[in-house]
Design a protein around this ligand. Structure first.
Ligand code: IPE
Ligand code: IPE
Ligand code: MG
Length: 247
């Protein structure tokens, strides 16, 4: 029996493209940054809902490699929001047993912000209730390139296993379920390697308006899916277990 072919009722790893903050704000005649602020509040809720549901890893897309192309005041607003969120949230998250990680390219970030990210990671490194990956200045293509470069520098052969181990999310299994809010149905350079066999779920809700019901809907939709990983549905069986053992 192969564990990887099961659709467990609860996804171990949920990844979310938190999209729709700007449109949420515009609908309310508010500045885009107000939407991002509200999006941060939503993230606090989703962390709680994930822990209550028994999810072990939550990975969120907070700032993409391509988001630098936005107006400079929005970019600096997002940087400031992250810095403030770190100051405000880390103690409480740590008390709740959350381990924080910030996959992404830190080279382009301000030194003070980098130090805060490193401090938050160090402070929460031993926590085990939930791994929260906040992908910041992250891009799937950046990730694959940095992994390939580090293998080349160490003179290691490039295999599926060695490349996976050099990626920014090597500390967690691949996402079981990827949710994108905000009505768009695209990957936008998120975890393009790690999503190879993830179940995708698209929600029409704009991220600040993503409700607990909508989150539960995504989890229950996931529970009904049959993950086949290339096998036939007969091989996998109705409960997700592998019924045919021949190679
Ligand atoms: C997602 O919301 C947050 C970030 C990309 C930082 P958007 O800001 O993309 O919201 P829309 O897509 O413009 O509504
Ligand atoms: C993806 O959203 C990035 C984040 C949620 C951080 P975007 O709003 O940047 O995606 P596109 O540009 O519409 O594809
Ligand atoms: Mg968007």
């Amino acid at each position: 029996m192969s564990v990887t072919s099961c659709t467990d009722a609860v996804p171990r790893h949920v990844a979310i493209v938190m999209d729709g903050n700007g449109r949420w704000a515009r609908q309310r005649m508010m500045p885009r940054l107000a939407g991002h602020r509200q999006g941060l509040e939503k993230l606090r809720e989703v962390v709680r809902w994930s822990m209550e549901a028994g999810v072990a890893v939550l990975t969120v897309f907070a700032f993409s490699s391509e988001n630098w192309q936005r107006p400079t005041d929005e970019v600096s607003g997002l940087m400031g929001l992250l810095a403030k969120a770190l100051d405000r949230e880390v103690p409480e998250l740590s008390r709740a047993g959350v381990r924080l990680c910030f996959p992404g390219d830190r080279e382009a970030l301000a030194p003070a912000l980098r130090r805060s990210l490193e401090a938050a990671e160090a402070q929460t490194a031993a926590n085990e209730a939930l791994v929260l990956n906040v992908c910041f200045n992250y891009g799937g293509r950046w990730d694959i390139i940095q992994a390939a470069r580090s293998l080349a520098q160490r003179g290691e052969p490039i295999t599926e296993a060695s490349l996976s181990a050099a990626l920014a999310l090597a500390h967690v299994p691949d996402p079981d379920l990827v949710i994108r809010t905000g009505r768009e149905q695209r990957l936008s350079n998120f975890l393009i390697w790690q999503m190879a066999y993830s179940e995708l779920y698209f929600s029409d809700a704009l991220w600040p308006a993503f409700s607990r019901e909508a989150f539960q809907q995504a989890l229950s939709d996931f529970a009904r899916r049959q993950r086949r990983f290339g096998r036939t549905s007969e091989q996998v069986g109705s409960a997700g277990q592998v019924v045919a053992s021949e190679a």
